[in-house]
Design a protein around this ligand. Structure first.
Ligand SMILES: Nc1nc2c(ncn2[C@@H]2O[C@H](COP(=O)(O)OP(=O)(O)OP(=O)(O)O)[C@@H](O)[C@H]2O)c(=O)[nH]1
Ligand SMILES: [Mg+2]
Length: 303
């Protein structure tokens, strides 16, 4: 019997790009459900997040990655390293670019220049956020993009409007290598529910808190238990500086309450259960430099 007796196709597709290009939004649109959190702020995604599509005899395993940026903290270095690892292990690399950025061509060129083994894989370009652009601007941009690389395919999409996403899916499912499935056909992600729950709360913190605050915090699910038809979830919101505690909690606890309500409502939608969510704010100085926290996030602290 061969390793692929069922004649299936399966492969890894890395979604890479600058922060805020819309990688996570695209992943959710491809999978048709929320697996990765999205926010208008840069550096929302911190680890590799999988999204899996299985259609008949083909399985695509998408890896959403942290945006590639110039790292400062130890956590940043581990985030960028996770993106590079996903890229290097992929059968298909999808570079996502925000067409509204003035430096769009330069950004794509840099991502290509830094990519080893370009020949061993298929590389596609996904020009996102076309809903914010015009034909007059897109035409010359597409021409320029087509000159910098011999792309296996180029797509123009709007991830938020689900415009053009189906074409990407079709192309990818057609172009995956022969291989047995890596995951059960019913899986949408390999991310445990407790981790997804922590990410949901972190998304609400990113949405509600401003300036540098979201970058200095981390969410951990410390308890995730089922009681009859209810999920009881306890999460720690870990911050690095005690002076931020008041801002996260808000006046008479109002901010934390809002965040908790938003997170709970979304978790109830995703998990289809009643949720009892307890949030606690904890100060752990310098958590973003600590190996055990970084490896707990699924990242390599030595990167
Ligand atoms: N108008 C418009 N906005 C979009 C589109 N795709 C994504 N966005 C918005 O762009 C912002 C960033 O989206 P994300 O999916 O979080 O971007 P990302 O590339 O995953 O960002 P990082 O995780 O920080 O690297 C969010 O506010 C999205 O709603 C699009 O097609 N059109
Ligand atoms: Mg993201």
């Amino acid at each position: 019997m061969t390793a692929n007796a069922n004649n299936t196709k399966c492969g890894f597709v890395a979604l890479i790009g600058a922060p805020n290009a819309g990688k996570s939004c695209l992943l959710n649109a491809l999978v048709g459900g929320k697996v990765s959190i999205v926010s208008p702020k840069v550096q929302t995604t911190r680890t590799r997040i999988t999204g899996i599509i299985t259609e008949k005899d083909t399985q695509a395993v998408f890896i959403d990655t942290p945006g590639i940026f110039k790292p400062r903290r130890r956590l940043d270095r581990a985030m960028v390293a996770a993106a590079h690892d996903a890229r290097d292990g992929a059968d298909i690399v999808a570079i996502i670019v925000d067409v509204g950025r003035k430096d769009a061509v330069q950004t794509v060129r840099k991502l290509l220049d830094r990519m080893p083994d370009k020949n061993g894989r298929q590389i596609i370009l996904i020009m996102n956020k076309i809903d914010l652009s015009t034909h007059a601007k897109l035409l010359p941009l597409t021409l320029e993009m087509s000159k910098i690389y011999n792309w296996d395919s180029v797509f123009m999409i709007s991830a938020t409007r689900d415009n053009g996403v189906a074409d990407i899916k079709t192309w990818i499912l057609k172009n995956l290598p022969d291989s047995p499935f890596h995951y059960d056909p019913s899986d949408k992600s390999d991310q445990p529910d407790a981790l997804l729950a922590a990410e949901i709360t972190r998304e609400k913190l990113f949405l509600r808190l401003h300036e540098e605050l979201p970058y200095g915090l981390h969410v951990e699910t410390v308890d995730f238990e089922s009681e009859n038809d209810t999920l009881i979830i306890h999460q720690d919101i870990i911050i690095s500086e005690s002076r931020h505690k008041g801002m996260v909690i808000g006046k008479s606890g109002s901010m934390l309450k809002q965040i908790g309500t938003m997170a709970r409502e979304e978790m109830e939608n995703i998990f289809g259960r009643h949720i009892r969510l307890n949030l606690e704010v904890i100060v752990r100085e310098g958590w973003d430099e600590k190996s055990e926290v970084i490896s707990g996030m699924g990242l390599d602290p030595s990167a």
